[in-house]
Design a protein around this ligand. Structure first.
Ligand SMILES: Cc1cc2nc3c(=O)[nH]c(=O)nc-3n(C[C@H](O)[C@H](O)[C@H](O)COP(=O)(O)OP(=O)(O)OC[C@H]3O[C@@H](n4cnc5c(N)ncnc54)[C@H](O)[C@@H]3O)c2cc1C
Length: 687
């Protein structure tokens, strides 16, 4: 009789320390077995001398899971994160049965005459496998290859029962068309059967005699020599060889991370910063790339107001981020470096004073086009307060005594919204660029390049395609050369452009203009949400086409923030007149909108009227389209691809919290510093 060469996919490793621990802790007879067998590597190799080949050359690896752990069966929701991770790693999962248990962990062995392995194991395997199907774990884990021992245990004869009952119970189950047959071969082709010895729980002599028996009857069932080879070796080789590279890649993802962040606004920069400060970050092992198309903070993150508030939204993220702003400022000299300070904040109702007739030319003139359309797209409110927070505001009368740079005769009412204990500010450009350079100091690489696409196919190593924004001086052509970065993790932080990179992300945008003015004297630390009734002679671009009556009563709502560097920032309502351009470098600034902002400021403040206009600019605010809530912070539907985008008008406030949580997702697998389930991107991503 020929002896077939086999690869053993069911054997146990039972080192001495494990054996002793079992015996010393009351498990002399685990699962009712007569004892704990002795095991050594040498004995195992002697039993199966091909193990070296499988172990060293094929990188044999995988995960062995018990069918149940004290009554928690495979498929239980508590194990979902385990299967999610195993799926991500394309793992081979070997399920081994054990003593059946009730849900409270009590062993359930009604008949105790035999060791559990004699027949209880078979039912336990069956229970676990059915639970895996019935809970949808199998369909949610397409990358996992399961090895079910003992020819599937009691599962094959019960498949029909299960598949016919499952639909009646509304369980996802398996194919209801399966035909009844008491035979594994009805369901499993010869391509899916492998050999297993169960050594050393099955001692050497029985292993040999069972193997001989196996070889004797094999030609009876499988007449084709090729089928026998498959069953004995080829299937195992295929399984292990295919798993080899996947496992190596997966190991790279847990050991050597290559993290690519797309977009160098505040979200990308704080993410890079917190990744480099994570306790598990090791620059000799992990690579972090911050890919930015135009320039760090060249979008909204460099042109925002910079208000921070404990009363901002969403409340799942705000307290963490507000605290981190304070800590970062203390650690890195943020008061000097990025103008961190506490501020007073209020909503002020104003009546603007008459302005002198405006000069035709603007006070500074960006080389841009102008648009004076007055459609519904022409002004979109950017008010930061939610209705709830508004209701909570404490109404007061009169201006705070130190808010002396607003002309008193213009003030109708003042509602206090915050004070330095719960409201602060930063200079967004200085803060964002500081975060990026502090990340670089700890090993993050900033690359000026525009991402064109990502290949996130179903494998652990993904590819990010991009063009360098400035072609290398050595390059013979002026056209950008395509570049590729390999990544274990990709984090999309491209603000309003995120949808261009990840089309299922429901991120839209609004253009918004802003100006900065150097006042004629320093201004006290207040950020104001104004409601400004324009004077009758006001030639605002947004009311130029309205009727006489509405012009007389037009109210605008600019936000006006004093900044510590003797600067005042003002931003106006948003508009949808110019669609999102290809990059931040192509943003169109409408000078008339900036002039309006300057005039609004002039109509209520002598210090601003007599000041010097420093900057006129526009940018695009990232919004969530057609949905409430957000931002999106966490996993996408594709393992290894993450997103942190859609921060609306609180991205500066919520940047550090987002960065910190993203670093925890990447290195720890989950966000620990705040409960942000409400921000899980998979709630919004459109398939
Ligand atoms: C007028 C105004 C005032 C605001 N005031 C405040 C405030 O007071 N407080 C507050 O908390 N928030 C404020 N915000 C909101 C805040 O500015 C935003 O939420 C925040 O800046 C968004 O940051 P981000 O990093 O997601 O996006 P962005 O700042 O837009 O950054 C995205 C980056 O991605 C890059 N990018 C895009 N496509 C690619 C690509 N293909 N490859 C590589 N890189 C790419 C872009 O060049 C850009 O630099 C304000 C916003 C506006 C418009």
């Amino acid at each position: 009789m020929p002896r077939y060469e086999k690869i053993d996919l069911h054997s146990h490793y039972c080192p001495d320390f494990y054996r002793e621990a079992l015996i010393n802790n009351g498990h002399k007879n685990p699962d009712g077995m007569p004892g704990v067998p002795r095991w050594s590597e040498e004995a195992h190799l002697e039993m199966m001398n091909k193990i070296n080949y499988a172990y060293d050359t094929l990188n044999a690896d995988g995960v062995a899971l018990k069918a149940n752990h004290h009554g928690i069966y495979m498929g239980d929701k508590h194990l979902d994160p385990v299967f999610e991770e195993l799926n991500r790693r394309h793992a081979i999962v070997f399920i081994h049965p054990t003593t059946p248990c009730l849900q409270d962990g009590t062993p359930a062995v009604p008949v105790n005459l035999f060791p559990r392995s004699t027949y209880e194991f078979f039912f336990d395997t069956c229970r676990a496998v059915i639970n895996l199907f019935a809970t949808g774990t199998v369909s949610r884990s397409p990358n996992i290859k399961f090895i079910i021992p003992h020819m599937g245990g009691a599962f094959p004869p019960l498949i029909t029962r299960f598949s016919s009952v499952a639909p009646l119970l509304g369980l996802p189950g398996i194919d209801p068309q399966l035909t009844p047959a008491f035979c594994l071969l009805e369901y499993v082709t010869v391509d899916r059967i492998v050999y297993g010895s169960d050594f050393p729980w099955t001692p050497l002599n029985p292993v040999v005699s069972l193997s001989d028996e196996h070889d004797k009857y094999l030609p009876v069932v499988f007449m084709d020599e090729e089928d026998r080879e498959k069953l004995n070796t080829k299937n195992a080789l295929k399984l292990l060889a295919s798993a080899g590279p996947a496992l190596r890649s997966a190991r790279m993802s847990s050991e050597k991370k290559s993290i690519v962040i797309i977009g160098g606004g505040i979200i990308g920069s704080t993410t890079a910063y917190f990744l480099t400060r994570h306790p598990k970050y090791d620059p000799s092992k992990h690579s972090i790339y911050l890919l930015e198309a135009t320039g760090i903070a060249s979008g909204a993150s460099g042109k925002a107001g910079g208000l921070l508030a404990l009363w901002a939204y969403p409340q799942s993220l705000v307290p963490l981020s507000f605290r981190l702003h304070k800590e970062l400022a203390a650690e890195h000299g943020g008061v000097e470096r990025w103008g961190y300070r506490g501020v007073g904040c209020g909503r002020v109702e104003l009546s603007g004073r008459k302005l002198e007739a405006k000069e035709a030319d603007s006070k500074t003139s960006p080389s841009t086009t102008s648009s004076r359309e007055n459609t519904s797209d022409a002004h979109v409110s950017l008010q930061k307060r939610s209705v709830e927070s508004h209701a909570r505001l404490k109404k007061t009368t009169g201006l705070p005594h130190d808010l002396d740079w607003i002309a008193e005769e213009c003030v109708e009412s003042y509602d206090n919204m915050g004070d330095p204990s719960d409201t602060a500010q930063v200079h967004p450009y200085q803060f964002t660029t500081s975060m990026a350079s502090l990340a670089s100091e700890f090993g993050a690489n900033t690359i000026l390049g525009k991402v064109t696409r990502i290949e996130d196919e179903d494998r652990p190593i993904k590819r990010v395609h991009y063009h360098l924004s400035q072609p290398e001086p050595t390059s013979s052509t002026s056209s950008p050369q395509p570049q590729v970065l390999e990544a274990t993790d990709i984090i999309i932080t491209a603000g309003p452009w995120s949808k261009h990179i990840w089309p299922s992300a429901p991120i839209s945008n609004t253009r918004a203009h802003s100006v900065t003015i150097r006042p004629s004297r320093p201004t006290s630390a207040y950020c104001l949400f104004t409601s400004l009734l324009l004077p009758k002679n006001f030639k605002s671009s947004i009311i130029i086409n309205t009727t006489k009556k509405s012009r007389a009563t037009h109210v605008v709502t600019p936000e006006i923030y004093s900044r510590p560097n003797n600067e005042v920032y003002a931003c106006g309502e948003g508009d949808h007149l110019v669609p999102l351009p290809a990059s931040t470098a192509d943003v169109v600034v409408d000078p008339t909108r900036c002039e309006d902002l300057i005039d609004y400021c002039s109509s209520i403040s002598d210090e601003l009227r007599d000041g010097q206009v420093l900057v006129q600019q526009a940018c695009y605010l990232p919004l969530l389209s057609g949905a409430e809530g957000g931002p999106l912070v966490g996993r996408t539907e594709s393992p290894g691809v993450w997103i942190a985008a859609g921060h609306t008008c609180w991205g500066i406030q919520n940047g550090p919290g987002t960065g910190k949580l993203m670093s925890e997702f990447i290195f720890d697998g989950d966000a620990a510093s705040a409960d942000i389930k409400d921000l899980d991107p998979r709630r919004w991503l459109k398939h």
